[in-house]
Design a protein around this ligand. Structure first.
Ligand code: SF4
Length: 310
């Protein structure tokens, strides 16, 4: 839950989760819609699906106890070298290196590691350094790794680091060279991509037409209103909406949201369809839809539909 998400956002999710699924066995058994509903709003839904596969593996192979051997932790679905290192060093005090963005910044500056940290050669150099530090004689791995992360978060900031407060300032290559801003080398980012979608709010006999996103795509298993991507400059969305027919008057709700580098405009229209070509999907009442896990954007559309109904 805490990956890419702030602690204050996670706390109510975590509390609700622990009330509903208090053991690893309960999590392993839970149906997918239930866990998606508990996760709804946290985004990055592949995490919770991986976490459930990991819970099943823990029940099956480790008798319900979280493993402590690095290779067993790394073998859990969704766990990469960073997470395995964080768990083994912080929870079990094992000499496993970890490197997050904060740690990369500290080590790059401290040791003067030039080059883009995403490049394999640079990344390997940084991991080797992190490993050498955590394996050094007399080092407490749990404290060292947490100290590196905290230093990056509180002292060695991306802009205007607090070098005067830094406990390793006398050893810092970047500071000695007066080139702090040059480390780490800035990563080249892909430019944002603008996209536009229309969502179709189709209602028949008190039920709404909804669809579940298929497995293997972003937000797999979550629910949404039928929607269609249209070219950015489209003047007449109705012409792109077949087999739906848009109600006159334009969209009743507009939303801009971002998924990774995609900047998305979502416009929700009330719509109908011709009786001889019913579109695929499931028909749900408002009460039933309220129980389903929606994507974040379509949850906002659903809330707007509920408000306009009340
Ligand atoms: S001296 Fe400054 S740049 Fe160097 S590690 Fe400390 S905070 Fe970072």
């Amino acid at each position: 839950m805490l990956q890419q998400t702030q602690v204050k956002t996670v706390i109510p999710y975590f509390q609700r989760w622990m009330r509903t699924l208090p053991t690893v066995q309960a999590f392993a058994r839970a149906p997918l819609p239930k866990i998606l509903k508990l996760w709804e709003g946290l985004g990055y839904y592949h995490r919770v699906r991986h976490a459930q596969s990991a819970a099943r593996q823990i029940v099956r192979r480790h008798a319900g106890r979280f493993p402590s051997a690095f290779d067993d932790v790394l073998a859990l679905p969704g766990v990469g070298p960073y997470t395995a290192g964080a768990i083994c060093s912080i929870a079990f005090n094992q000499p496993a290196p970890i490197l997050d963005r904060n740690g990369i910044r500290v080590l790059s500056r401290l040791f003067g590691i030039a080059g883009n940290p995403r490049r394999k050669s640079v990344n390997t150099k940084l991991w080797n350094l992190a490993r050498a530090l955590v394996c050094a004689p007399g080092v407490e791995p749990s404290q060292l790794n947490q100290a590196l992360m905290e230093m990056g978060a509180l002292i060695c900031l991306p802009r205007r680091p607090k070098c005067a407060l830094c406990p390793v300032r006398r050893h810092c290559f970047a500071r000695q060279q007066n080139r702090v801003a040059a480390f780490p080398a800035p990563a080249r980012r892909s430019p944002p991509r603008q996209r536009r979608f229309i969502a179709l709010i189709v209602r028949r006999r008190g039920r709404f037409l909804l669809r579940r996103r298929p497995m293997g795509v972003v937000n797999a298993g979550l629910w949404e209103f039928p929607n269609i991507e249209i070219p950015l400059q489209t003047r007449n969305p109705a012409a792109k909406a077949a087999p739906f027919s848009l109600a006159p008057g334009g969209p009743f709700f507009r939303l801009r949201h971002t998924i990774t580098r995609h900047r998305i405009l979502l416009e929700a229209f009330r719509a109908g369809f011709s009786a001889d070509s019913p579109p695929p999907g499931a028909w749900k009442t408002i009460a039933q839809a309220g129980q389903l896990p929606f994507t974040s954007a379509h949850r906002k559309v659903f809330d707007a539909v509920c408000r306009s109904d009340s």
